[in-house]
Design a protein around this ligand. Structure first.
Ligand code: ZN
Length: 216
């Protein structure tokens, strides 16, 4: 089984994926995480991607597809896969359609996480994480129990992702509107699109996604 999660930044694709992974023993393949790993490792690809990400731009399709195919080819059993952050463009969706049959797979469902843009901006710009243990927080929705102190490890050092500032979020929203939204009619035509209202609590959204997965 292979799921695609589509939605603007802040729609909860990553955290919903994590919950699916826990419950259904699926494997989450996040292209954003794959790219950040390249950046951390300081590879040539990573250096190229780092400057793009700082500007809120995305890596070229060819690069993403190559990295993704390498990664998916390593999953040789029937483990369910969730693609998080991919495809981001119609071109990527078409390349994915070409690539998956080579791996004996197809897109079984494309879940569209629908979220108003103003909500998207508010959700993202408030995010921060513990610099020591990586625990994730949000100024409004998930603050630390004691101001300035990590609940998990007691650290007082926090970080923000460089692509979470408001100007960068707006650039990401523009990119989503222009590049990713055309993917939605593509999956509607293929007959695998399932819209979900993501402007609700995490648990309510998850209940819908869970039902979709169980129905596949
Ligand atoms: Zn911590």
């Amino acid at each position: 089984m292979l799921l695609v999660l589509l939605g603007p930044p802040g729609s909860g694709k990553g955290s919903q994926s994590e919950r699916l992974v826990d419950e259904f023993d699926m494997q989450q393949v996040s292209t954003g995480e794959m790219l950040r790993a390249e950046v951390r490792a300081g590879t040539d690809i990573g250096k190229q991607v780092a400057s793009l990400m700082d500007e809120g731009k995305q890596a070229p399709d060819e690069l993403m597809v190559r990295l993704l195919e390498q990664r998916l080819a390593k999953i040789t059993d029937q483990t369910g896969i969730i693609l998080d952050g991919f495809p981001r463009t119609l071109n990527q969706a078409q390349k994915l359609d070409e690539m998956l049959p080579r791996l004996g797979r197809r897109v079984d469902a494309a879940i569209e996480m629908q979220l108003p843009e103003a909500v998207s901006v508010g959700r993202i710009t408030g995010r921060f994480a513990c610099a020591k243990c990586g625990a994730g927080y949000h100024e409004q929705f998930k603050p630390t129990a004691k101001p300035g102190i990590c609940d998990v490890c007691g650290s007082t050092e926090f970080t923000r992702r460089s692509d979470d500032s408001e100007s960068v979020v707006n650039a990401r929203l523009d990119a989503y509107r222009q590049q990713t939204e055309p993917v939605i009619p593509h999956y509607r035509t293929v007959g695998v699109l399932v819209p979900v209202d993501a402007d609700r609590s995490f648990d309510a959204v998850y209940a819908d996604i869970r039902a979709i997965v169980q129905g596949l």
